[in-house]
Ligand binder design. Structure first.
Ligand code: AMP
Length: 282
């Protein structure tokens, strides 16, 4: 498996594959790879001839320096996982200086409000950090397709917007959420859960499933009450937000309208580990 750390080498390697007519897929990650990431690699491998995986813990998307410091990093384990999936994967694992030089700052973007709700409201500056690193990575890798998980559905919408704003020649593919057998969405953060928090964490998804059931014939406010009360009774999980939003605009929903798609979004603290999940409601 090829592992590149600097810009010209990865750019040249990709350019050579393109000259041979290969379709290039790209999966950006922050490492600590798990089955959720693997599902993205497999989607990419099905659709593309050559797949590049980046592993880079992006400092500008962390609004909390402790979160950045404690983010799990294990490049050797990541490379082993990738090798087992497919030794032809190309890995790009740059340093912070390679991506940002000496200017570790986000670009200012106007995402028409997509970045100010939910994750954006609770993590100010997060999405500008995400967009900035993706712009740089897309410029270096120059893929035909890039694959993102619906696990971070708001991020997926931001990426689509970034591509439109910057007119980037890449097609964005959204991939379904990969879950543990008990329903908990796979996440690098799950490994930080205590035994008790890991046991209770599937409650997040089971509550989303109940919200989806209620969506057919109950009002939005009633569903909010149901979810808030469900978490109020939990000693171990603390609800940060529950939101029902328009799947396209991410606007807060007050009442359902015909011909629109809606999604429920949730963020929960299990101890000091923050978990997010979401579900399509219709
Ligand atoms: P991260 O390493 O957390 O930045 O995630 C890299 C990519 O993997 C993002 O597009 C995530 O949405 C995606 N991803 C993370 N967890 C999952 C999951 N459980 N199912 C599907 N995609 C995921």
């Amino acid at each position: 498996m090829h592992v590149f750390t600097n810009r010209p080498e990865i750019s040249n390697a990709v350019a050579k594959h393109k000259e041979n007519g290969s379709k290039i897929g790209f999966v950006p990650t922050m490492g600590a790879l798990h089955r959720g990431h693997a599902s993205l690699f497999n989607f990419a491998l099905q659709k593309c001839d050559v797949v590049v995986v980046s592993i880079f813990v992006n400092p500008t998307q962390f609004n909390n320096s402790q979160d950045l410091e404690t983010y799990p990093r294990d490049l050797q384990a990541d490379l082993e996982l990738l090798e087992n999936i497919n030794p032809n994967l190309i890995v790009f694992a740059p340093s912070t200086t390679t991506i940002y030089g000496t200017n570790i700052e986000s670009i200012d973007y106007n995402f028409d409000g997509l970045d100010t709700v939910m994750e954006g409201a609770f993590r100010p500056g997060h999405f500008e950090g995400v967009a900035t690193v993706l712009k740089y990575l897309f410029e270096i890798v120059q893929p035909h397709f890039a694959f993102f998980g619906e696990k971070d559905y708001q991020q997926l919408q931001i990426v689509n917007k970034l591509v439109a704003i910057e007119k980037l020649p890449v097609e964005i593919i959204g991939c379904p959420i990969s879950r543990h057998d008990d329903g908990l969405a796979e996440s690098s953060r799950n490994m930080r859960l205590t035994h008790n928090h890991r046991e209770i964490a599937p409650f997040i998804y089971s509550t989303l499933l109940k919200a989806k059931e209620l969506f057919d014939d109950k009002g939005i406010e009633e569903i909010h009450h149901f979810v808030t009360n469900a978490f109020a009774e939990s000693a171990l999980l603390k609800l940060e937000y529950f939101e029902i939003a328009n799947a396209r605009t991410l606007e807060h929903t007050v009442a359902k309208r015909a011909n629109e798609s809606y999604r429920a979004f949730i963020a929960v603290f299990a101890g000091d580990v923050r978990l997010i999940d979401n579900i399509a409601l219709n």
